[in-house]
Design a protein around this ligand. Sequence first.
Ligand SMILES: *Cc1c(COP(=O)(O)O)cnc(C)c1O
Length: 785
Amino acid sequence: MSIIENLELTAKNDYCKTLKELTPAELHLCLGKAMMGEIADTWEKCQKKEASKRRAYYFSAEFLMGRMMYNNLYCMGILDTTKKLLKSKGIDINVFEDIDDAALGNGGLGRLAACFLDSAATQEVPLDGYGIRYKYGLFKQLIEDGYQVEIADNWQRFEDPWCIRREEDAVEVKFQDQTVKAVPYDMAVIGYGAKSINTLRLWQAEAVDEFDFLAFNASHYDEAVKAKNDAENISSVLYPNDGTHEGKLLRLKQQYFFCSASLQDIIKRYKAKYGNDFSKFSSHAAIQLNDTHPVISIPELIRLLGLEGIGFEEALDIAQKTFAYTNHTVLGEALEKWDKNLIREILPEILTIIERIAIHEYNDMHAKGVSDEQFAKKMAIIDGDLVHMARLACYVGSYVNGVAWIHTEILKDDVLKEWYELYPERFQNKTNGITQRRWLGLCNPELSDFITERVGDGWLKDLSVLKGLEKNIDAKTVRAFNTIKKKKKTQLANYIKDTEGVEIDPSFIFDIQVKRLHEYKRQLLNAFSIVMIYNKLKKGELKDWQPTAFIFGAKAAPGYARAKAIIKYINEVAKLVNNDPDTKDKLKVHFVQNYNVSYAEKIVVAADFSEQISTAGTEASGTGNMKFMLNGAVTLGTYDGANVEIAQQAGIENEYIFGARVEEIDELKANKSYNPREVYDNNPEIKAVLDTLVDGTFSDGGAVGEGSFAELYTAILNGTAWHDPDHYFLLLDLQDYVDTKIKGNKDYQDRTAFGKKCLINIANAGMFSSDRTILEYAKDLWHVK
Ligand SMILES: *Cc1c(COP(=O)(O)O)cnc(C)c1O
């Protein structure tokens, strides 16, 4: 039976409706289920296959999967036929745009996990994911009067066809004050061509027994309800607010919850095969810890092995061979440290094990000749009342990897220097990547056809094939590319018009910055540059300025006041330049609402310039930059993260690189010789820009000079109790940034030369496939390939 016949039958049986009568959510469910039926046999075979070989497991607090329908149709090779079949029934496949993204993540780290699963399935790497099935994903964002408004993301409100509940594999997870049931939901991860299917297992927290006898005894009814709510609370929201003690406990519970459940699951499967002989455990399982969130797995594995009769030393040795840790940040405040007392409160046994590891560590380091001073300052897993999760992972793990060349160098030279000196063989670089199936094949069929016509379709599974494009970039090819780019810009403009009611002229340059909102990513620097350009245009400078649309998309963490102020500031800038008759034909600023994976698929394809402007030394890698490159945008960026490798691959002359390099920033920090006030006093254009924060040009809703904009102003010029003035060096880079922007604007006008740069970027994007990355993990870290 074909999928469509199947579909009509389900519509009739389940809803007494014809296909056309189904709501988008119903149709999504019917089609999703029909597709799951189609792949069921292959999936089962894949889960049983190679049970005897080593498997890798990716532990991650986030999986930012995005919308599954189109991707799964695409990977199953039935997107076009399904589109036609639905059309023949009077249904536009775009109805699925109404279905929410699976947004079980915040940003890059979560999207990386999703790209890795896709690549592993496609490249037949035995990798399964483990995470949390949050009831509410990352909030949905509205922009109202220029402010961010957050709406709960109730993504499961219409059943989810992609996950199968596996009641039989439920396990219990115990805390000091509570025991909960962890129920797995398995999502099929369909490799390209649907020959290989891996599994993402997401745990949901529930009461151990919902129909506990207590519930039937009226006097205990409230207790039973409370137990149920307390249990479900654990997998309720992504990153609960950790400003309170309760919030911190909940976060720790979340981490332990999914780590414990996943490890119990892996041990159960191992025992089914090998019984109680744990000598082969580490050659059976490799566990990758995506950042520090799952590092609590280390003491938990030791605890679980203890229950199997394995002594501490042996269990520690097994853990050391099983785990590997990926570091995602060099920002000190983001390297997790847990208060001992907090761990003791809910996981006393785990704390005891961590303490044993810490003693073992001390003896080990002592024997290796590490001085007590260095140990105490830089390496102690337990430092006073704090447990350093990154240190725990460095000590008890087989590998530590950074996510871009420069990032790994910074880990080795600075952040984890002492660890590198002790265990140089453990340190590896694994530059991030993105899946070309979603980020080119699916989101840019026009460019995909253009590429396939020229180099064949081998790029779908081997992105290095793109290099072949470089051979003959003649004027005709460039014109064909430019036509496609214009088409994608028009599509985005139409989408923005339809969904947000804002008109953007597709003949404008599209200069785009989309990513989480954070000070280090410097969206404020971008906004400043626009104000500076606006001022120049008002003065009649920049005579041959090519009209430009600056498009932003970003969510600010709900408790991050400065990030929210920056969103408001950008929207104030938009209001000014979009409405000024002198500039509205030359500048357009738009902040899109609710930037997420599905929005990214529409945006990255439409950019001429990709803004990647973090302070050098702060962005670990970036993956947004790779999506833009692959779709033929040039990078306007600093020498930071994977931008370094992007410039290396495509040639620095084909990007717009500006600003201070890491060495320079390091030196300024070391000498304490950076003085933003000096820049402000000596550069009247910069002063004029900065003054807009306090002179009433823009409104932050508060009194002039007192509200959140004034706070930004003070943070830059005076600093605060917790940071130096302008700690992300906006003023240091602003002039060079604006100059570079103006140069890019001028270059753009030679459509052939500029289009050629874009094409060279595409041709050299091969190394940024997550296929390459995952094959490196498989070979160098997991030894499964
Ligand atoms: C790729 C992606 C990111 C990561 O972007 P960076 O620019 O690397 O920070 C964040 N959010 C979404 C929705 C993405 O698709």
